[in-house]
Design a protein around this ligand. Structure first.
Ligand code: PLP
Length: 446
């Protein structure tokens, strides 16, 4: 018999949170700078598999089972946390599990998924999978889900995602604050958290203020989506929220560090994103009780911290983990992070303007990717060739502009650095790559 009071359990799934067994809420002491308002962080890394998405994974599977579905193998496009939850619940239920995801997802999350027995399909997609990309994680999961014996539970459209929060997160917060909660704040990914919890809390007290927080376009915070990506997200219903706040990567990573140092909370980047949004919108007034969801902890994000808090990684340690044979590589990550936020990253409409003006566009994807969809007048120079120093077929004139493009905007940025190192003066990389080009409806050849 499982018993919460003794914390003795028959099954790890009995650890899943509920009003009787909530994840903790902890009052923030210093980082808010507030005098009157109380802000609680809801620590979702106390879920059995480490993240808020465990609630969703368990509810998606429970819901399918209760609808009488015979499950054998599950597949889901996931940035990691839903995948980790689904992998572990599937292991417990003896189902197979496959995840389709972007190669840009931190190595830590991809390794964890493999460790937990997941079959991985890694793709050149945006950090958060977007619908409508023919080569993306969503399309691949839909395709795999059609195979006999396979099913995609589809966290992006399945009402069991927000329902997980309506059944658990909402009631927990209501009970934990004795009904005193005035503000609820969540970061936005699939929008399951804000939709289900917000609905429950507003049903208890329509005066509860619901605040959604999202990153900027081209952000580097796993699990959350920019306003542009949210517009394509089914559960994103801005009319149901009282405020929407946009936070930059710099603000989020700086606050993340403060959470560790000032609050001793092992928060991951999207916790800080949500809190930064709360600090912009929640009034510092007596009687205000805000609850901010902290989706997961810092351990999965070392590669993100390496990019955004580079001073944490002393040069000698960076050198120690890198092969000394290639001194350029030691500086590549730092140069990449600088370039990513710099003026040489252009959007697809600017790339189209340059293409029309006759500027050479260099597609650095592999030939098999180019064969599927390409920009008619582009040159193909795969990144591995370029990194060997090959310039065959590239414009001879180093002073004129060139544009690099890849699938999602990562390889083209490395190509930009390599071309600059080879003496090209004016190189631009296309943000979002072919995925954004196709999404914008710009002309392609198949
Ligand atoms: C780390 C992290 N933060 C925030 C979110 C956003 O939660 P939701 O999908 O419920 O909007 C997710 C969702 O995957 C996540 O993994």
């Amino acid at each position: 018999m499982s018993d919460h009071s003794l914390r003795t359990y028959d099954s790890v799934l009995d650890l899943l949170p509920s009003a009787e067994n909530p994840t903790p809420i902890v009052r923030l002491q210093r980082v808010t700078g507030f005098e009157h308002a109380t802000v609680y962080a809801k620590l979702e890394w106390y879920n059995p598999f480490g993240a808020v998405k465990d609630r969703v994974a368990a509810n998606l599977i429970r819901d399918a089972e209760e609808h009488g579905e015979t499950l054998q193998n599950l597949v889901e496009p996931t940035s990691g946390n839903t995948g980790i939850g689904l992998a572990m619940v599937s292991n417990n239920r003896h189902y197979g599990f496959a995840a389709t995801l972007s190669r840009e997802i931190p190595l830590e999350k991809r390794t964890a998924l493999r460790l937990f027995g997941t079959q991985l399909h890694e793709l050149d997609d945006a950090l958060c999978p977007m619908p409508g990309q023919p080569e993306g994680a969503m399309a691949r999961a839909a395709e795999l889900g059609e195979q006999p014996g396979w099913k995609q539970l589809n966290q992006y459209q399945n009402p069991a995602n927000p329902e997980a929060h309506y059944r658990t997160t909402g009631p927990e917060i209501w009970r934990q604050t004795g009904g005193a909660v005035t503000h609820f704040v969540a970061s936005l990914g699939t929008c399951g958290t804000i939709t289900g919890t917000g609905r429950y809390l507003k049903e208890q007290n329509p005066a509860v203020t619901v605040i959604g927080v999202h990153p900027t376009d081209g952000h580097d915070i796993p699990g959350v989506r920019s306003r542009r990506a949210l517009a394509l997200t089914d559960f994103f219903t801005p009319e149901a929220y009282d405020a929407l706040v946009e936070i930059t990567d710099d603000e989020a990573y700086a606050l993340c560090r403060k959470l560790h140092v000032e609050e001793s909370l092992i928060a991951g980047p999207s916790c800080a994103l949500a809190l930064a949004g709360a600090l912009r919108t929640v009034p510092d007034e007596p009687g205000v009780v805000a609850v901010v969801v902290f989706p997961d902890n810092a351990w999965k994000y070392l590669s993100s911290f390496r990019r955004h808090l580079p001073d944490l990684f002393p040069p000698e340690e960076t050198a120690a983990v890198r092969p000394p044979a290639n001194p350029f590589a030691e500086h590549l990550d730092a140069a990449f992070a600088l370039a990513k936020n710099g003026p040489d990253v252009i959007d697809v409409s600017e790339a189209k303007r340059l293409l029309d003006a006759g500027v050479p566009v260099i597609d650095v994807r592999n030939p098999d990717e180019v064969a599927r969809v390409r920009i008619d007048a582009s040159l193909n120079m795969p990144l591995p060739e370029l990194s060997k120093g090959s310039t065959a077929g590239l414009p001879g004139d180093h002073s004129g502009p060139v544009v690099t493009i890849c699938a999602a905007g990562t390889r083209s940025l490395y190509a930009l650095l390599l071309l600059k190192a080879q003496g090209y003066h004016e190189v631009k990389s296309v943000d979002g790559g072919m995925a954004a080009w196709v999404e914008a409806g710009l002309p392609t050849t198949r």
